[in-house]
Design a protein around this ligand. Sequence first.
Ligand code: ADP
Ligand code: MG
Length: 608
Amino acid sequence: MSDIIHRLPESVANQIAAGEVIQRPASALKELLENAVDAGASDIRVIIKDAGKTLIQVTDNGCGMTESDAMNCFERHATSKIRESRDLFAIRTLGFRGEALASIAAIAQVELKTRLTGEEMGTCVNIEGSKIIRQAPCQCSEGTSIAVKNLFFNVPARRNFLKSNTAEIRHLMDEFQRVALVNPQIAMHLFHNNKPLFQLSPANRKERIIAILGSQYKERLLPVEQVTQEVSIQGYIGKPEFAKKTRGDQFFFTNGRFIRHPYLHHAVESAMSDVLPRDTFPTYFLYIDIDPSMIDVNIHPTKTEVNFQDNQLIYAVLRSAVKQTLGKFSITPTLDFEVEQSFDIGKTREGQPIVNPFERKPSDYNPFSTPSHSSASHTGRTDSRGWEKIYEGIRSFPEDTAPKELSGSQEEEEEANTDSESQRFIAQFRGRYIVTHVKSGLVLINQQKAHQRVLYEKFLKRLEGNSEASQQELFPQNVSFNSNDSELIQELTPYLRKAGFNINQLGRNTFIINGTPSGSEKQDMQSILEGILETYKNNMNDPGLDQRMNLARAMAMRLSMKPGKFLEKQEMENLINELFSCNVTGIAPDGEKILVLLSMSDLEKMFK
Ligand code: ADP
Ligand code: MG
């Protein structure tokens, strides 16, 4: 039998290698950006067409290449960054494997123009599927420009595997942001289909974070700094009260490189665990600088994972750095609504003892009457103390807000009517629940959940219709977002308007709000809209929820009243009436229960 093993042609080998390094347009962008940074550029421009499927072009003003380097850079394992194996432990550049350009050239049509600093003429190279098509001297500016066209043109499986343009553009923006966050001194621009998405001038770290994530971050960052002999940790954490329910704004950079590191993430999370609201993720931008001999960056083809020689040491330093920051800025645990609070107890009339509204007295029972008319005194103070404790926080209504016909009517009639509509007993408990009755028994209504249901159905209707929604005026508020979120806000603007937001774009990433949907709570619009986007994005992939439902739900969740809100009797009645005219009355849009019914028989059983 003859030999069957043979060496793969270079182009096939490159294509295989490309599978590891270049998974999508964003991976090509990352490699090109890193090369530009390594070339010492102070200005980098990116032009993208069709989410990178047609064109990714990166132009830098870095050192440029000689004529022969311009050909050789597409060879596999061709690099100017290391020479021998011991260099692997002293890496100060982003690249060193010499496989990015070879991989990209294997699966795309590439045009390279480069001119060495100080040279008269530049070189232009065209390469396609690893084959050099053309090479010629050319006029071009100092530095390098690489245009990657028709990525995966010869790998249809990969090309078909690409996600929607929206998804791919998000990946591209993420990669761009990571490089931009760790290189604030470099001016960086990104255009997509001729639209500028980022225009970043040279800045310091904090300014760059704010330029990328939005001016709202100005007030939200706390500096972190810890420099020891082994490692320097610097950067910012987000104030815990602005922590988000979605992952996203978490960045570790080591020696100029964005990395993922679950173990170090845990260090930050555990340092902040006492102060982060439940189910939220910390925001952080942390720059870890360390002697390159103390890390191994060669454990992953895209180099987003690194091994620290002493993981535990870094963990400890990082954790203590974050703790120190929290201490320095006196960040203490947030209040939890489960904890005993006295918001509405304070609202009872001064000197008015708490009435037990469940205490049924034969004839003179009137839930709305003042204590002097009530029967509480008949039962004897000492015996009733325990009772009062149990019902502490149930707010009874002072006489002047009670329906007129209730005060001092005939005893017998009252006895018979205790449960009738005209005498509906309504009370608010701890600013969270409404206690009332229906024919069959006693109901406890979670006021926030009820409000969410009411708003949800209202918003759904408005989003279906075409009419202008009613609004409540608002003192105009400016809001700003990062580029990703601004895109989304623009996409959603027609719907937000239908729902009742008077929203207009001011600048690329800023909007002005002049009105909010009627019936919603007036609050800080920045955090409201951020919250809506967050909830919306979280559920974007929920197949059971179309865009309209998702948005209605996100708005309902974020615009509803918060626990602890004091409600007048009329407000409670309105809320109950609105709830009972909803299509669904028992379940909030997030699936949680709105009300609990205790039937008469349940109640009676409880006392057996
Ligand atoms: P690596 O970055 O790992 O060395 P690449 O395939 O990305 O491998 O690049 C190969 C070589 O091409 C680099 O080592 C560098 O010398 C040169 N090069 C690539 N891009 C640029 C650029 N934008 N400016 C100057 N030189 C570049
Ligand atoms: Mg490289």
